[in-house]
Design a protein around this ligand. Structure first.
Ligand SMILES: [Zn+2]
Length: 390
């Protein structure tokens, strides 16, 4: 796995890693009571259930989850490129870490990555790798909206939504005696299924609702105005209001309004009253300009996920065998899953053309390297203090 072009091309850097409070919580002394409650169902799902035919659902340790996330992130970064700007990464990393500290898995090596594309998207890979596009940042107007988006993605990681989804779909199974460790063929199958799940398919409605609900609570707990996600989703809705297809986050789809209403109700019923929006700080750090959906340069959706420089030949072969992808809208993992129109895998066209989702099929940058920014607990504490966060 480490032989991939990307891994070799990059100095060993970790972006915005917070390795403060020991691995303690997660591994040794076990999660807190609250975390255990929330994770109970998942842990149960992860347990090795031997099947009659000696095949079991994908099971993995924390270390394997970490390795999987790293490889999936490489693939996402190869597809979209990384904005080579340390200042931007430092800022996004600080907001992300401030949130992640308050999550149920604070000790993960959280890594926040800004992808070099105009498409509006965010992707959470297992193990703590959170990606957000330049295009998404361009639509965000203040730090509480950013916290709303990152909080949502962080919950996809802490609740292990991807791994659960792969288990549920049986996209990857393993022999009863098999483990992932040292099994590169199995790991590659998992990487492909995970990438497909994150970038192409998106999560189911239950996972999206859970990420909304817990993500908003997390943002509020950190001191951010809890309606940040509403602000961002409303911008997205406006961005896509003229779309005839249910593209662009199902903008005209009733589910979007339902979703916004649900979030609003939660804020009221749970009395979430944090108030930091921090528009000036956001504006000082982020100055991207949004590109209209119809002006986004796109690439062949059939090839987009496959041509990553880091992909080895056998990976490509594996991917091309897959059935046509279900539609994934830009930020579809942030959206309720609706009908999911079919995508033609081999259409090459400009933004807005049939079969192309500009937000997802947007052209990306060419540099997949992580940007090295070192931050520790003291930096996060200072950042929170400066913003009046809790
Ligand atoms: Zn989501």
């Amino acid at each position: 796995m480490m032989r991939s072009a990307i891994a070799m091309g990059v100095v060993t850097v970790v972006v915005a890693t917070f390795s403060g409070r020991a691995e303690a919580g997660d591994r040794k002394s076990g999660p807190s009571l609250a975390a255990a409650d929330q994770l109970g169902g998942i842990n149960k799902g992860l347990s090795v259930a031997k099947k009659a035919n000696d095949v079991r659902d994908l099971a993995m340790t924390d270390a394997e989850e970490q390795e999987l996330g790293k490889l999936v992130s490489e693939r996402i970064r190869t597809r979209y490129g990384v904005v080579q700007d340390a200042g931007v990464h430092r800022y996004i990393g600080l907001v992300g870490l401030a949130l992640a500290q308050g999550s149920t898995r604070p000790a993960l090596p959280w890594t926040f990555i800004v992808l070099d594309t105009d498409g509006v998207n965010a992707f959470a890979a297992p193990g703590g790798y959170v990606h957000i596009t330049r295009g998404a940042l361009a639509l965000i107007t203040n730090e509480s909206e950013l916290a709303g988006v990152l909080g949502h993605e962080i919950i996809h990681v802490t609740e292990k939504h991807t791994i659960r989804s792969i288990q549920k779909s049986k996209a990857v199974q393993m022999g009863a005696q098999e483990t992932m460790s040292g099994n590169s063929a199995l790991m590659q199958r998992a990487v492909t299924a995970t990438y497909d799940n994150i970038v192409e398919k998106g999560f189911g409605r239950a996972e999206e609702n859970e990420s909304d609900e817990m993500g908003i609570a997390l943002a509020n707990k950190t001191g951010y105005a809890p309606n940040g996600l509403i602000g961002f989703l409303t911008t997205l809705k406006d961005r896509n209001k003229d779309s005839k297809e249910k593209r662009g986050l199902f903008a005209s789809h009733p589910e979007m309004q339902e979703r916004l209403d649900k979030i609003g109700k939660q804020i009221t019923s749970q009395k979430l009253t944090a108030s930091a929006t921090l528009q000036p700080r956001f504006a000082k750090n982020i100055s991207y300009k949004p590109v209209p959906v119809t002006s986004i340069a796109t690439v062949d959706p059939g090839a987009a996920g496959l041509t990553g420089g880091g992909a080895k030949p056998e990976e490509k072969k594996e991917e091309t065998k897959e059935a046509p992808k279900k539609s994934g809208f830009g930020l579809s993992r942030m959206m309720p899953t609706g009908g999911g129109e079919k995508k033609q895998a081999s259409v090459t066209a400009s933004g807005g053309a049939r079969g192309v989702d500009p937000e997802k099929d947007s052209k990306g940058g060419s540099n997949p390297a992580l940007v090295a920014v070192r931050m520790g607990p003291a930096d996060v504490a200072a950042f929170k203090k400066e913003g009046g966060l809790s």
